[in-house]
Design a protein. Sequence first.
Length: 320
Amino acid sequence: MRRSVPLTMAILMTIILSSQSTAHIGHFGEYAPAKMYDVKTFEVDCALTNETCIANETTHFIEYFSADWCEPCALVSEEIESLNRSDTTVVQHHPSPADLHFYSESNIRLYETYGFWGVPDVVLNGEGLLVGPSQSNELEATLDNFTREWNGFLELILANGTLSWQADDGHVVHVWITKNRPHEYTYADQPLVVTNHAYANVTDQVFNYTNDTNQTEETYHIYNSSMNISDLLDENVTSIVVTLETPGRIPLIRASSLSSQGYDLVDEGPNDFVPTDSKSGSESDFAIAVFGFMLAAIIPAIIMYIQTARKQKVLVDESE
């Protein structure tokens, strides 16, 4: 029998994570600014063999934060699915505990790495942010504006479940594993949902050499290490994505000129968002506005809960 979400939890998560709320507040501050240096992928078929697999390049990397209970997310999902670009790698995060496919590491990614709350969000190449279905309409055109020269990995291979690398920058290597997770309500396939995550710090090796030009001794660094990810690999894996980053908060900039339907980026912090219609500067007015929208956001959760409870009651009655 399908699990039910308690009414209190549904209401709470709607308030905290609902895309219909007006604020997309960042938690910058105590976190040091970070950066994504490089992104590479592996062919799943190769990773499941005993062969030595060489990582593939990708031009664009999209991290899509979503939830099955989030109605606007369906429109964003359609935009992402319509991309049909071979130069783009997509992973889908489900950070909401009220979601059937909730993954705690995606929740950490939402709060700590990017420092905002609410879905849907689309992060482009670790630099740009599209919020909500209106801005996601510009995804195709916007993507090319955030083209980056990825660099950092000097070597990245996967052999017998062990990932090994050499890099000349960055401090942490992240591995993101995706699998297919059918939508909780429409049952549509979601083939790129993050289900596993592993990370490791790079190891710094210092090398000294003599510069041929001025005969001075100089120092350079090569960061290398390895980690075993064999426990994360099985026949259900749909993609393997590896990123090279520095720890901390990755600052994002608004990637669309379209209305964000109640979300706006301000200059108080790289990830601070306030309502676009909060023009008076009054904190009390802001609080009242947010409370009103939160109250309105509760209604869909109540309706969803009642419908789910009725369906489950019918199933129980039929089984008896």
